[in-house]
Design a protein around this ligand. Structure first.
Ligand SMILES: Nc1nc2c(c(=O)[nH]1)N[C@H]1C(S)=C(S)[C@@H](COP(=O)(O)O)O[C@H]1N2
Ligand SMILES: [Mo]
Length: 196
């Protein structure tokens, strides 16, 4: 057998960067359930609430003093658009979760404004997730989650909670906003974990 033509790849687009059922978009759609909250930097914090009752938090200034990563990743929305090669700056969850104890291994991300989404700890560590505050070299626009959002690019983009406030470690997986409304508990685009 020679080269298999891309016409025989079923629902694949022919672009190996695109998960099944996705198409590429060049612009950056805004998808928000409800109004965008406004969080002044003086009031902003990022917290981690542990199962044992301990709580860590960083002010904006403290957060900015942490090691910063530049991240180039493809993002995939469950509504079928993907945006390839997006460039971000932020603090990795490896840095933020360093020394944090968890017995359960699950988290609920809490956003300012009340949005929640659940993500297992194993999907946040080893260079897989960030709290991102810069997009394309500019401070993250409010519509896209500024001052800062969670960025978990290997899962569908609903997991990347905009206006992130903090992470609550939980003993078992507690479905967040979209996960309680029919979306998949995990959300891996390469396995098309769209709906439950
Ligand atoms: N706080 C909050 N975060 C959110 C959402 C939301 O409604 N509120 N929508 C999610 C969904 S469904 C998607 S697809 C992405 C959209 O991000 P964007 O508006 O920057 O494209 O944000 C996710 N994070
Ligand atoms: Mo979405």
């Amino acid at each position: 057998m020679g080269i298999v033509s891309s016409g025989f790849r079923g629902r694949r687009s022919g672009n190996p960067a695109l998960p099944p059922g996705q198409h590429e978009t060049r612009d950056f759609p805004v998808l928000t359930a409800g109004p965008a909250p406004l969080i002044p930097l003086e009031e902003w914090e990022f917290f981690i609430a542990m199962e044992n009752g301990r709580r860590l938090s960083w002010s904006w200034e403290e957060f900015m003093a942490l090691p910063q990563d530049e991240i180039t990743k493809d993002i995939h929305c469950v509504t079928s658009w993907s945006k390839l090669g997006t460039v971000w700056r932020g603090v990795s969850l490896d840095t933020l979760l360093e020394g944090v104890e968890t017995t359960g291994g699950f988290t609920t991300a809490h956003s300012y404004g009340g949005y929640t989404t659940n993500v297992p700890v194993r999907d946040l560590l080893e260079g897989k997730a960030w709290v991102a505050w810069e997009f394309d070299g500019e401070p993250l626009e409010r519509a896209h989650g500024g001052p800062a959002r969670l960025l978990v690019p290997h899962l569908y983009f609903w997991k990347s909670a905009k206006w992130i406030h903090g992470l609550e470690l939980t003993g078992k997986e507690a479905p967040g906003f979209w996960e309680s409304n029919g979306y998949h508990l995990h959300g891996d685009p390469w396995r098309e974990e769209r709906y439950s």
